[in-house]
Design a protein around this ligand. Structure first.
Ligand code: GAL
Length: 421
């Protein structure tokens, strides 16, 4: 390009600048807080960002890791207490009700009516997205937690297949151990170990036990013999993990499976997102199997967005952002990236990978049977105080600090205690 035309361009740009500044000032902005920082999660937030921009809004974000568990929640609380709540925040489970109870969240009823959220969001998720009958959160996905994520070539090398029941799972893990592969990859955090616990508990006790014990907090459901089996199975699984778990996060455990250092991980469907972000395909590089004996149950963790009152966001912008999040196109593209099922049951399943398609079918069927049940570990089953008590006892048991009987007594106390927040 010649110097003259550079100058001409500069001039044109200078003349356009005031108009540009005006246009920017009038573009509605969404100010978002979220915890999506791993490679797969970044691919997911990219989708939301793209849809927001396409809908004519500017995007501003603050990302803090912590998987929606304590650390991230602390950051949200700090911002609210400092008088600068995020306009919109990613949130899961009963943390949503914590803020709703304080009158901190804006109602999304108007948007919900227009897009008929009541008709398309699974009943089990609505229980968390609504407070006292009003929509206060927009669910963007339905992750499931009762899944095994398996390295396919290790599985083939071992001559293994999908474990259909508990004994088959143990036999498969034994094979990996004998072959010198870490059978079970897991990290150090209590929520991850509680993920393992909830699948074991659902497998041992079934849907009704899980609902009564963890959602209804009914102490009558806690038959000692059943609890003994659960903790005995947890001990059995612990023996298949390696010592390295003490210094590892959930996504590092996922990378062990990817690299074939470990056979499998028991985790949420965000692991499907991690594989997908690395162009790995089910049936080739990895496999997904339902946790044995939980075949009829969809243990869910729905990522949702809440909108804080008192943040600088016009009602119309809030409505537009919520509508964008609930758009079927966003829920399709987003969840191809997240690895979850969409939070709406009416999104076509064809574009999803094989694990995603299985999930969507499983969610629809479980919704009909009312076995879409909240994940304990991800705070979708019960209030934070109960969840935290369960974290502590499961972690103490998993790391060998307490025995089965102590864990049982502490679980009974956690479930029977006052259901405060
Ligand atoms: C969950 C969230 C997932 C994924 C996971 C791991 O709480 O629902 O989308 O982010 O944490 O960080």
């Amino acid at each position: 390009m010649r110097a003259g035309s550079v100058a001409a361009c500069g001039l044109a740009l200078a003349m356009a600048l005031p108009a540009l500044a005006w246009a920017q000032a009038s573009v509605p902005k969404v100010d978002v807080m979220h915890w999506w920082v791993s490679q797969g999660e970044q691919a997911s937030i990219d989708v939301i960002r793209r849809y927001v921009r396409q809908a004519g809004m500017a995007w501003q974000e603050e990302a803090r890791p912590g998987s929606g568990t304590a650390r991230y929640g602390d950051f949200v609380r700090q911002r609210v207490e400092a008088g600068r709540p995020p306009a919109a925040a990613q949130m899961i489970g009963f943390d949503i009700h914590y803020w709703a109870r304080r009158g901190a969240l804006a109602s999304l009823d108007a948007q919900a009516r227009v897009q008929e959220w009541d008709e398309v969001v699974p009943y089990g998720i609505q229980r968390l997205s609504k407070y006292q009958g009003h929509w206060i959160a927009a669910p963007i996905n339905a992750h499931a937690t009762n899944w095994l994520w398996v390295n396919k070539s290790v599985l083939d090398r071992l001559g293994g297949t999908a474990p259909d029941n508990w004994d088959a799972l143990i036999a498969l893990l034994e094979k990996a151990k004998a072959a010198g592969v870490v059978p079970l990859a897991i990290g150090k955090e209590a929520w991850e170990q509680t993920l393992l616990f909830e699948s074991v508990a659902a497998g041992v006790g079934g849907a009704e036990f899980y609902r009564r014990a963890f959602l209804d907090l009914d102490p009558q459901a806690l038959q000692p013999q059943l609890l003994r089996t659960i903790f005995q199975r947890m001990r059995q699984l612990r023996a298949f993990a390696d010592a390295g778990l003490a210094g590892r996060t959930w996504d590092q455990a996922t990378r062990m499976v990817m690299a074939g250092q470990a056979l499998l991980q028991v985790q949420g469907t965000w692991v499907n997102g991690e594989f997908t972000s690395r162009r790995m395909v089910p049936g080739r590089q990895f496999a997904c199997f339902l946790f044995p004996d939980t075949q009829g149950i969809y243990l869910f963790n729905a990522d949702q967005y809440v909108f804080f009152q008192g943040a600088a966001m016009a009602d119309a912008t809030r409505g537009r952002f919520a509508a964008t999040l609930m758009d079927t196109g966003l829920q399709r593209d987003l969840n191809i990236a997240t690895g979850a099922a969409p939070a709406r049951v009416d999104v076509a399943l064809e574009p999803f990978n094989a694990c995603g398609q299985q999930l969507i079918r499983h969610l629809r069927a479980s919704n009909m049977r009312r076995t879409v049940l909240g994940s304990v570990a991800m705070g979708n089953a019960n209030p934070p105080a109960v969840k935290t008590a369960i974290y502590q006892l499961v972690h103490a048991h998993f790391t060998g600090a307490i025995d089965d009987e102590t864990a049982i007594a502490r679980l009974q106390a956690a479930i029977s205690g006052p259901a405060s927040e």
